[in-house]
Design a protein around this ligand. Structure first.
Ligand code: NAD
Length: 486
């Protein structure tokens, strides 16, 4: 386990010696203390990234791809990585092994292949000129990520940035820094040059803030809450750095009367409770057509109550603890607040009774019936809490779905093809899933609109987001007449 900052190819202590506690959410025990970087540590990481930039950006793109592919292999071959991620975050081990690790490797591999696929264009301008447009790396990129998928976010963020020829300073969440440090160590093992990847754990208002306002950082790619996204935009004003924001969400998962109910019930449980509901794209508002609402809820509540909540290290566990005690408290408070506003708890709403889980940060899968205007239906809870709302028509469903500040991922369950396409067009968000939910792939753009942010992770769009265009004009034989002829 690595517990220092990774700067310029080496693990080092913070200059001021500060540390942060990394806690196991299953029982609140201390896993380790990790060095917390502060302003001067960010400064030296940025300086290392700047020094590494010229050579890295001029390396043959295929060579950058080769290193990324080797990193993907190393992540897959690392036998302890899933256990580390599970202990740090509370992800059930079956998810850490079956989703987090393979998805991270797949993402690095995808961008390994893309490194030498970003081609320029030739623009048909006036005869006698050759005008070509190249994609060039942005420079030194700061990446600030949250605690809900810390390993996967290394792939989403580092993959395209490095493939495009940028150098990076990544700041993981203060709650979950371990897997990013492990990826940094694996990257050094497979041959990434010093300074290309720097990982500096630290507190948001110290290390994160410094990265965001650093005058020599060219871009910040941020994933986190909408409130912090605003602070990053403010902090970036000094040098007008580029910003990419992947922020909060309040996904509408809409079940129409013609849906296959069994599939929709299973899909809605995945949308609400996978990763303990700690997902920006969670289907946290479940909209049910009034004709099927009661039948749907009977099955859905029974399924929620049957989910095996327990020790993430147990391969039989389907839902683990939330990642921090403070967050568990916030989630339970939001359920209380929903009840105070007249909402009804149909399942869960409390910590599990099992005495073996009492020291951990557990919350039962929770289903709350409420009204669209209630806070529980408007604000992101980011936990295993799904709010049930009812509708009578397509128009009403769309109006409810679009009536939040967010616009990220939404789901539709229907057999009516025209309705699916119509609503996929009209529903506000960056992603829409039909008869499935929360599908992600490294090739498919991921991001939001409105207060869910701007810019995209994954796919060609992510690569473009880590490049600038440069237009070059060559006078081949244009014979330009002098503008001020004498
Ligand atoms: P957060 O905004 O509190 O923290 C995210 C990161 O920002 C952390 O690394 C934190 O240290 C850092 N940070 C905090 N204050 C900062 C500051 N002033 N300057 C710079 N950096 C700062 O979010 P969180 O609680 O860690 O994560 C949950 C949020 O992330 C939810 O809102 C969720 O929707 C969002 N999220 C969005 C996506 C997406 O792709 N849209 C994906 C996952 C999570």
């Amino acid at each position: 386990m690595h517990n220092q900052l990774f700067i310029d190819g080496r693990f080092v202590d913070a200059l001021d010696g500060d540390t942060l506690d990394v806690v196991n959410p299953h029982d609140g025990s201390l896993i380790t203390r990790v060095t917390a970087g502060a302003q001067l540590d960010i400064d030296r990481a940025v300086a290392a990234a700047r020094r590494a930039f010229p050579a890295w950006s001029r390396l043959a793109a295929g060579e950058r791809g080769r290193l990324l592919a080797r990193l993907a292999d190393a992540i897959e071959a690392d036998t302890g990585l899933a256990e580390l991620e599970s202990a740090d975050t509370g992800h059930p081990i079956r998810d850490a092994r079956g989703l987090d690790v393979p998805r991270t490797a797949a993402c690095f591999r995808y961008f390994a292949g893309m490194a030498d696929k970003i081609e320029g264009t030739v623009v048909p301008v006036e005869p006698g000129f050759l005008n070509y447009v190249q994609r060039t790396p942005v420079g030194v990129v700061g990446q600030i990520v949250p605690w809900n998928f810390p390993l996967m976010f290394t792939g989403w963020k580092l993959g395209p940035a490095l493939a495009a020829g940028n150098t990076v300073v990544l700041k993981p969440s203060e709650l979950t820094p371990l897997s990013a440090l492990r990826v940094a160590a694996l990257a050094a093992d497979v041959g990434f040059p010093p300074g290309v990847i720097n990982v500096v754990p630290g507190f948001g208002n110290v290390a994160g803030q410094r990265l965001a306002n650093h005058p020599d950082v060219d871009k910040i790619a941020f994933t986190g809450s909408t409130a912090t996204g605003r602070r990053i935009v403010e902090a970036s004003r000094g040098n007008l750095k580029r910003i990419q924001l992947e922020l909060g969400g309040k996904g509408a998962n809409i079940v129409f009367a013609d849906a296959d109910l069994d599939t929709a019930v299973a899909g809605a449980a995945w949308a609400s409770f996978h990763n303990q509901g700690q997902a920006c794209i969670a289907g946290s508002r479940l909209l049910l057509h009034e004709d099927i609402a009661d039948a749907f809820l009977e099955r859905f509540v029974a399924l929620a109550q049957s989910i095996r909540v327990g020790d993430p290290a147990d391969p039989a566990t389907e839902m683990g603890p939330l990642t921090s005690a403070a967050h568990r408290d916030r989630v339970l408070e939001s359920v209380e607040m929903a009840q105070a506003q007249g909402g009804t708890v149909l399942a869960g709403g409390k910590a599990p009774a099992d005495p073996g889980l009492r020291q951990g940060f557990y919350v039962e899968p929770t289903v709350v019936a409420a009204r669209p205007q209630d806070r529980i239906a408007q604000e992101e809870v980011f936990g295993p809490v799904v709010t049930v709302l009812r509708f009578a028509s397509d128009e009403q469903a769309l109006a409810i779905a679009n009536a939040t500040q967010y616009g990220l991922g939404n789901g539709l369950w229907t057999r009516d093809l025209a309705r699916a396409h119509r609503l996929a067009r009209d529903i506000r968000g960056g992603m829409c899933w039909v008869n499935c939910y929360k599908r992600v792939h490294p090739g498919s753009p991921f991001g939001g609109v409105g207060e869910s942010g701007y810019g995209r992770d994954m796919g060609f769009e992510a690569m473009h987001g880590y490049t600038e265009s440069r237009s070059v004009w060559i006078n081949v034989d244009a014979g330009i007449a002098p503008h001020f002829a004498r």
